[in-house]
Design a protein around this ligand. Structure first.
Ligand code: HEM
Length: 300
């Protein structure tokens, strides 16, 4: 991922491309109300496609649309009550009729989609000039083929691609949708963001991640949106690898740890108005951006 330019120019280019398409979709509505959720979801997933497969899809592409549908079904199931039963009694529930049956088919579909892309990459090997995640992974597989302990396998690669879609699409798309809604509901904040963007960037279309440093208010608003509308209540379960002591609490090796992110993100002891969108949470008195240790939407 680092070689692909996470946070550098490479990935930024893909994000620009999708943002551009998204703006076109918004402009096309000519100020009339429309539901942006599909367009946002497609754009976010297309960035993941570009990173993993090296190309984006037309949003009319049938294969792409069926991939999106499968991801939606899987995500819908993982947040449903039947999923809770499945987690407790997987050996039983997998044989019963219910939404898990369709979810398994969708899961196979996403893995097969990834497998087909891997096969295409193998046909047109780009070992000397790896461009995307599959290229880099196949290269690494080749390098470690004599290592009996290597975990670089095609099945693991398909699963990794699956994980990126599941972990990256809904989290990012929901955040962007919340951002739109919060800006609509807070026109005063929206206005200030707009002014700052106009003052700092002018009519330039070619801004970059680095420009965020010159946009303290906008940066504070983005952080505040993620704080207030966090997408995951809890971090992923982890296991303590050695005996530890945190704030006087002994935590033994092997203990399962589930960080309660929401308790920090909405902690009234840390935030002046925890339940309200307040960009000042991330600004000092001179309007400079202040990073906060309590900002944990990406986990602890
Ligand atoms: C606003 C966007 C996102 C938010 C708020 C978010 C949040 C999180 C959180 C809270 C975790 C759990 C971390 C932990 O407890 O250790 C996580 C894990 C993960 N996220 Fe994201 N995420 C976002 C976007 C993405 C994107 C775009 C990708 C990739 C395309 C991604 C891939 C992953 C993966 C692979 C994991 C599991 C990491 C591991 O097992 O160590 N996420 N994310």
């Amino acid at each position: 991922m680092r070689k692909l330019g996470l946070g550098k120019k490479g990935m930024e280019h893909q994000i620009h491309e999708e943002a551009h398409q998204l703006i076109e979709t918004f402009a096309h509505a000519k100020g009339q109300p429309f539901n942006p959720s599909m367009a946002i979801r497609n754009a976010v997933s297309n960035v993941i496609c570009a990173v993993a497969f090296g190309h984006r899809f037309s949003i009319e592409d049938k294969d792409f649309l069926s991939l999106m549908e499968s991801i939606e079904v899987i995500l819908g199931f993982t947040t449903s009550i039947p999923h809770g039963f499945y987690e407790i009694l997987p050996w039983l529930v997998k044989h019963l009729p219910g939404p898990q049956k369709k979810t398994f088919l969708c899961l196979e579909h996403v893995l097969l989609f990834a497998k087909k892309e891997i096969d295409k990459h193998k046909e047109h090997q780009a070992m000397h000039e790896p461009q995307d995640l599959i290229d880099f992974y196949l290269l690494q597989m080749e390098k470690s083929k004599r290592d009996p302990n290597s975990t670089y396998t095609e099945d693991n690669l398909s699963q990794d691609i699956f994980d990126l879609f599941i972990a990256g699409s809904d989290t990012t798309a929901s955040t962007l949708q919340w951002a739109l809604l919060l800006m609509v509901n807070h026109p005063d904040i929206q206005e200030k963001v707009h002014k700052e963007l106009e003052n700092v960037l002018g009519s330039s279309q070619s801004f970059s991640y680095q420009d965020l440093k010159k946009l303290p208010y906008t940066n504070a608003v983005i952080h505040e949106i993620q704080r207030l509308q966090y997408v995951l209540l809890y971090g992923l379960p982890r296991e303590c690898v050695k005996d530890a002591n945190i704030l006087g609490f002994p935590i033994l090796k092997g203990t399962a740890i589930l960080p309660d992110l929401c308790s920090v993100l909405l902690d009234p002891k840390q935030w002046e108005t925890p339940e309200e969108l307040n960009p000042n949470h991330f600004l000092d008195k001179d309007g400079n951006f202040v990073p906060r240790e309590e900002f944990l939407p990406f986990g602890a």
